[in-house]
Design a protein around this ligand. Structure first.
Ligand SMILES: Nc1ncnc2c1ncn2[C@@H]1O[C@H](COP(=O)(O)OP(=O)(O)OP(=O)(O)O)[C@@H](O)[C@H]1O
Ligand SMILES: [Mg+2]
Length: 456
């Protein structure tokens, strides 16, 4: 990753003109920085920088004396909200450490279409590849808020750390490691490129009763208003089967039963188990009875998906809470993952951990995650702002409390997006449906997408 123009080499230095609104701090003749921070040379400032460097993962292995030397040579900079700090494709020789504020790392997949692959906050760093390689920047970075940054360029690094030192070897290893994961992230990011519009959407929440089934049914019905007969809801909220119940459909077959038929009848069994809702949505129940849940395996879902992706434009998954192989596989392979958070502290904490797992273990980049706040209780102590601040990710939509409407609709066999478009659920889901269908216009040719379940 690279910035567009040469960054300051060491601090304090005369300010450089940086593109995209990135401003190095300016210092007056007394050496006082423009934002009243201690000067870069002051003991307080150096101590503060040393503490920051200690927390920056890439420097964990560096000895204290090297960190002190680096702390002295970091150059402060600031980036205004919205400015682009690093441009994909540009050459670069500087890494950035976020002191305060938030940034997003994104790749441009095709002109005008970008996808966020990481979100950065205090103590995170980016552009580190430029320290050891002359390759052009692999992604762009934009400030989501006004940011204070510390910068370190290649020349300064090599002047500070002896070329043959273990520290540099270790640093190179860490950078290489991070570099290795990038193509994987970018490949995953491509899954939502416009030419492969999001056709698989998994709905998940680490907490039971968050509204997954309600929103899955309404989302599928909303998409089916646009594309009748082309939207399938797959109910994998095992071991129970609520999607059919609340859409007032009586299942006669299920995916689990299809596992019992000879291979030549498999396709017929899967397609034969699909129910048609008068509103246009189709539904494939996972099981008819809880005890059939054991029959659902990653391999079975994989085989079924091989057939279904060619038959439907959109496939929405309702999932259970447990982080089973099947749930992980569906999350991993769905083009979009809609994560529901409810306004409770426990939900915030659990979703925070989940998003970390997505990024660090499953390589589900933030650009694939759609975060929605579902106010399933009338009054809550947790606000939208609390959620955004805690999870460091923007909310796609906040769904207001809808009173007894969702339950009444379920009892009557109605789907709110079809029967009560003004309800909170219908309004919230409509925003989600637009977001998901937005990349595929109604007039576009139907695409055939590959869907392969199973850990890669
Ligand atoms: N925005 C809302 N306003 C009011 N009630 C809601 C809202 N969202 C969901 N509910 C209610 O919350 C309850 C749980 O919803 P739902 O069954 O969809 O959640 P779930 O995550 O699928 O739960 P489970 O863990 O049982 O699968 C239901 O009674 C539903 O009607
Ligand atoms: Mg459910």
């Amino acid at each position: 990753m690279t910035d567009s123009e040469a960054p300051p080499s060491a601090s304090p230095t005369p300010p450089h003109e940086w593109g995209g609104g990135l401003r190095p701090h300016t210092y007056n003749s007394l050496g006082v920085s423009d934002n009243d921070r201690p000067t870069s040379g002051s003991p307080d400032e150096l101590r503060r920088r040393f503490q920051i460097l200690e927390r920056v993962a890439i420097f964990f292995t560096l000895p204290d004396n090297t960190l002190h030397a680096l702390a002295r040579r970091l150059a402060p900079a600031s980036a205004a909200r919205g400015s682009v700090i690093v441009h994909q494709g540009d050459p670069g020789d500087t890494m950035f450490i976020v002191e305060s504020g938030r940034c997003e790392v994104y790749v441009e997949e095709s002109p005008g279409h970008t996808i966020t692959i990481a979100l950065m906050g205090p103590d995170d760093f980016f552009g580190e590849m430029a320290l050891i390689s002359e390759e052009t920047r692999t992604a762009s970075v934009r400030a989501l808020e006004d940011c204070r940054l510390l910068t370190l360029d290649r020349k300064t690094l090599y002047e500070t750390i002896p070329a043959e030192s273990d520290a540099l070897i270790e640093l190179t290893k860490l950078v290489e490691q991070r570099k290795d994961t990038l193509p994987n992230l970018i490949a995953r990011a491509r899954m939502v490129a416009p030419e492969q519009a999001a056709s698989t959407v998994a709905i998940y929440s680490p907490k039971g009763g968050s509204g997954r089934t309600t929103i899955a049914v309404n989302l599928a019905a909303s998409l089916a208003k646009r594309f009748p007969g082309e939207v399938l809801l797959v109910d994998l909220a095992l071991p129970y089967n609520h999607a059919a119940l609340i859409s007032y459909l009586t299942p006669t077959g299920c995916l689990a039963a299809a596992s019992q038929v000879p291979p030549q009848n498999f396709e017929e069994a899967v397609l034969g188990a699909i129910l048609h809702h008068p509103g246009g949505m189709m539904l494939l129940p996972g099981v008819l009875r809880a005890e059939q849940a054991d029959l659902i395996t990653v391999d079975l879902v994989n085989r079924a998906m091989g057939i279904l992706v060619n038959a439907f434009r959109y496939i929405v998954f309702d999932l259970g809470v447990a982080f089973t192989d099947i749930v992980i596989s569906v999350l991993d392979h769905s083009q979009r993952v809609l994560v529901l958070v409810t306004p409770e502290l426990s939900s915030l904490k659990d979703v925070g951990e989940l998003l970390n797992i997505f990024t660090n273990v499953l390589n589900i980049v933030p650009g694939r995650v759609i975060l929605a706040l579902n106010n399933k209780v009338p009054k809550s102590v947790v606000s939208k702002e609390d959620v955004v601040r805690t999870l460091k990710q923007e909310l796609a939509v906040e769904i207001d409390f809808d009173g007894t409407k969702p339950d009444e609709a379920a009892v009557k066999g109605e789907i709110l997006v079809l029967t009560d478009p003004k309800s909170a659920i219908a309004r919230g889901v409509e925003v989600l449906a637009q977001m998901i269908a937005g990349t595929t216009g109604a007039g576009e040719a139907k695409e055939k997408k590959g869907f392969k379940l199973g850990r890669r």
